[in-house]
Every structure is written in structure tokens, then in C-alpha cells.
Design a protein around this ligand. Sequence first.
Ligand SMILES: N[C@@H](CCC(=O)N[C@@H](CS)C(=O)NCC(=O)O)C(=O)O
Length: 311
Amino acid sequence: MGLELYLDLLSQPCRAIYIFAKKNRIPFELRTVDLRKGQHLSDTFAHVNPLQKVPVLKDGDFILTESVAILLYLARQYKVPDHWYPRDLQACARVDEYLAWQHTALRRNCLRALWHKVMLPVFLGEPVSPEMLATTLAELDMALQVLEGKFLQDKAFLTGPHISLADLVAITELMHPVGAGCQVFKGRPNLAAWRQRVEAAVGEVLFQEAHEVILKAKDSQPADPTLKQKMLPKVLAMIQREAKISRERKEGWSGRLPEVVTWSSLVAEVHRPTPASTLGRGPPRWLRHRLLLLCLCSPGTLKFLLFQPPL
Ligand SMILES: N[C@@H](CCC(=O)N[C@@H](CS)C(=O)NCC(=O)O)C(=O)O
């Protein structure tokens, strides 16, 4: 079996890999893993990647995860034009510098913008609070300032006069908030001109093809109950993280839930010390059942489910 790429074009690193492979005519078998159908949580996919995440590369018996590692593997293995990942030590280090920065900066902020504007409302049937959304967008704005001020500056592309892996990883990232309806290029003429150059270098048809799914994200319908149930642990974990961040910023996050049921109180409920007799066995069954129902029911019954005495 030749090269196989497990991707979902909803995912930004998957789009970077897809565009890179197609643009460089690298032959591969596309194995679509539909994240919105929860296919990454299947046992079959867990054999390919126990972390249950895309992208994944499979080259014969060799399996590789992590988008940056995959892009570098492809660049080295297929002898693509030098500008993508230059052999020159310092030019190459510039690309590495961007790839190292983006993972915890632009990636994080673009992903949060998409989740806060589109995905959490899809899963929970509730918008996140305006304060939380404003904070997320302000952080995205700061990351965009760094992208423009430190990396792009007055160059044609992020690391020099030609397109590199850095540009591909950056543009696919920025299309996440764009897909969520954020105007990231508005009022940023340099960044907008850079986007045009990247699109032209990649080819407009390929660019559009790779971004078709994400550009429809803002029109997503509420998730169906079966999928909600499947994704429940991951969404709950994310909500817990968000509530923790929110609490740490002391801004609270009550969304439009009934007064007493805030995300913070939900998380407090999840972390409430369990009686000694149940330690080591995870949360008690009555709480697990209620948390499960929580994601499937209407906000009006939340208070009842959470505060009714244990069965
Ligand atoms: N650091 C990894 C991140 C992989 C990742 O988080 N993939 C997301 C899609 S962008 C995913 O598969 N999420 C599914 C999940 O976490 O349930 C990379 O760059 O490849």
C-alpha cells in the first residue's frame, strides 16, 4: 500500500497537508475521517492513531501523527521545490521558528474562535456569553498582530520572498475564524494582500476545494443527539477547561443558562469530592447519568437534574 493520509478538511492542519500534497503532486490515498460524525472515536481509527486525532500519515507500516512532522516528512521524502522548506540553514530556521510559534499561539486562538462562535453553540444549543466571546476575539486579534508585526513584516510571504510551509500552515489556520464568520482580514490590508499571494501561489481552485467545508461551518445545524452523546466526554472536558480559564480571569461565564446553573457550578459539580467509598471508581453513577442527560436536554431542566437529591 502506498501513502495514505487520514484527514478531515474541517481540520486546519489537515487542510495544510492536503494542499501541500496536492500542490506537489504527491500521490496519496485519501482516508476521510469525519470528525462531525465522530469517526475519529471508532475502534478502527484508534488502531491507526490511539490519540484519536487527525491528521495521520501512513506510509506502508510507518504511521506518523502531528501535522508539522507530517509536512516535514512529505517535504523531505518527495523532494518538493526548495522554497517550501529551504535547505539553507537560516532560511529553514525561519520556517521552523514560525512552525514552533503557531502551535500554541495562532492555532489556539483560531480554534477557540471557531469553537466559541460555532461549535459550542452547535453542541449545546446555547451561544457562549458575549464577554467570553469578546475575550476570545481580543486574544485572536493579539495573535494576528504578532503574525503581521513579527512574521510577515514587509515581506511577500511569512519567511521570505517565496511561499513556504509557514504560509500554508498560517493561512489554513486563519480560515478557521473566517469560516466562523470573523472578519480577520478587515482593516489589515497587508495581511489581506498576503492572503491573495498565498491563494495565487497555491492555486485558487485547490484553495477553494480545501476550504469548502470550513467556509460552510457558520451554517452548521445543531448536533443530533446520537452525536452529542458520542462526543459528550470531549465536549465536557473542553467546557471544564473553558470554565477554569474563565474562573481564573474572574469574569464568570453564565451564558444564557438559568441563574444558578453556570458553567462554573457545573464544573464544581463534576469536581465535587466523591465519598471515600466511591474513590477510585470515578464519579458516582447518578452524577454520570445526569451529566449525560445534561448535554441532551433543554436548559429548562438543567436545574432539576443537577440539584435533585441523588437517587
Ligand atoms: N498537534 C496535533 C493536533 C491534532 C488535532 O488536535 N486534531 C484535531 C483536528 S484539528 C482532532 O483530530 N480533534 C479531534 C478530537 O480531539 O476529538 C497536530 O497538529 O496534528
